[in-house]
Design a protein around this ligand. Structure first.
Ligand SMILES: Nc1ncnc2c1ncn2[C@@H]1O[C@H](COP(=O)(O)OP(=O)(O)O)[C@@H](O)[C@H]1O
Ligand SMILES: [Mg+2]
Length: 262
């Protein structure tokens, strides 16, 4: 725990972890150009946990990919002064022919960590996600929840100031998801990483975030945002979480009705 905090302090401190300035994104399709994101402006502060919430198809993954640098905005600018963000998806995207530990070591190698330090660091990260002892396990030997823990450890291996998560727990059962919410909250507090977390699940957004940003659909615009002033660790069934979720769900329903989807 102490090492994680010391590492966080060694990072370059910047004014913001991500700055999204007037970003728009269009895709050319058979029916002409489709405007997917329209004039999105959003900062993520160092150490902040923001969830980006919206109906499916509203452009959440598109925005996250832009922040990750996987695609370029049609207009506007994206800055991530702490370097390349780490990414985690719904699918674990681990290499099945490598063990859990070797998957993490690969990320360490790409980061330039010298060989003798890789194994101890991979083991430390596995401990951090509570998978101590899983170093030699192959991907097929792990449950869905364990695979996402390894994927989280691999993302943390990049030692990035910003962690981008695209519905990372959406494929998990409710109980496993609940446990991983606790783990993510703990890891976020221990490492002081900034998190931009995408979800269509209102309760999940409120359970995790300091700030919930609601995206409208077609095109995706920032509809509203809420500061979540509820002590961590929270539980998904806490009454304060439920109350705010009801309010946000109302707003989300309004967005979906306005755009005639679903
Ligand atoms: N590479 C692409 N080319 C064309 N259209 C795309 C591309 N990526 C996403 N889209 C379109 O952008 C819209 C938003 O998609 P996406 O960002 O995946 O939504 P979300 O993650 O919120 O479900 C969808 O209508 C999708 O079809
Ligand atoms: Mg998506």
């Amino acid at each position: 725990m102490a090492t994680a905090i010391a590492k966080a302090d060694n990072r370059v401190r910047t004014e913001y972890a991500a700055r999204i300035g007037h970003v728009s994104k269009s895709f050319a399709g058979p029916a002409g150009t489709q405007l997917v994101l329209d004039d999105i402006t959003l900062d993520v502060a160092p150490g902040e946990f923001v969830t980006l919430l919206g109906a499916s198809g509203c452009g959440k993954s598109t925005l996250l990919n832009l922040v990750a640098g996987l695609d370029r905005p049609t207009a506007g600018s994206i800055e991530t002064p702490g370097g390349r963000p780490a990414l985690m998806f719904q699918e674990h995207a681990l290499f099945p022919w490598l063990s859990a530990g070797k998957n993490i070591e690969l990320a360490l190698r790409l980061r330039g960590v010298p060989k003798p330090r890789r194994r101890p660091e991979a083991e430390r990260l596995l401990e951090l996600v509570r998978l101590g002892g899983a170093y030699g396990k192959r991907v097929h030997e792990l449950s869905g929840g364990m695979r996402q823990r390894v994927a989280m450890a691999r993302a943390l291996a990049q030692d990035s100031q910003l962690l981008l998560m695209d519905e990372p727990f959406a494929a998990l059962d409710a109980i496993t998801r609940d446990v991983l919410h606790d783990e993510l909250t703990r890891i976020w507090r221990e490492t002081n990483v900034s998190v931009l977390f995408v979800t269509h699940n209102v309760r999940e957004a409120v359970r995790l975030a300091q700030r919930v940003v609601l995206l409208s659909s077609r095109p995706g615009r920032i509809a509203r945002e809420w500061t979540v002033d509820i002590d961590q660790p929270r539980r998904i069934e806490d009454s304060a979480v439920a109350e705010l979720s009801v309010e946000i769900t109302e707003e989300l329903r309004g967005e979906i009705r306005r755009h005639g989807q679903h």
